[in-house]
Design a protein around this ligand. Sequence first.
Ligand code: 4NP
Length: 151
Amino acid sequence: MKILMVCLGNICRSPLAEGIMKDKLKKYNLSWEVDSAGTSGWHQGELPDSRSIQIASQNGIDITDQRSRLFVEEDFDRFDLIVAMDSSNYSNILSMAKNSLQNEKLELLMNFAYPDQNMAIPDPYYDGGFQKVFEMISEAAEAIIQKHMKE
Ligand code: 4NP
C-alpha cells in the first residue's frame, strides 16, 4: 500500500499525518510507503512547522526529516491512496484528476474514522489546535490501517 497525505502547505497537518502513519505502521510491522505533499507550493523545501515538530516530538515521533513539496499529477500514479485533510484540499486534488481511477484513489482523511461525515482536519496554521489535530489524525490513521491491513 502506498499512501500520500495531502494538505495545503505540507508543513502542518500532512507532515503530522505522514509521521503518525509511519509510526503506527512500524508498530503493526507493515511495510507500506507513506509520503506527504501540499496543494500549494508556498512552503516548498521547508521543514514542518515548529508546532507540528513539537507535538510530534511530545508523542515520540520525529518528523524533522520531512521537507514540504507540491502535489503533482504523477502522484496519482505513484500512490494507491491519496488522503486529503479537508474539503478544499480534496477539491483541489480532484480538479487535477484525469479519470475515474484517479478520482477513486482520493479520500478525505476523517471519513476513514467517520464514514460519509466529511469532517475536516481543521487548518491549525493561524488558529493553533495542534493537539486536537494530532488526535484526530491518529484516530483516522488507525482506521486506515484497520481497513487495509488485511489486503
Ligand atoms: P497545512 O497548514 O496546510 O496544514 O500545512 C498551512 C500552512 C501554511 C499556510 C496555510 C495552512 N499558509 O497560508 O501559508
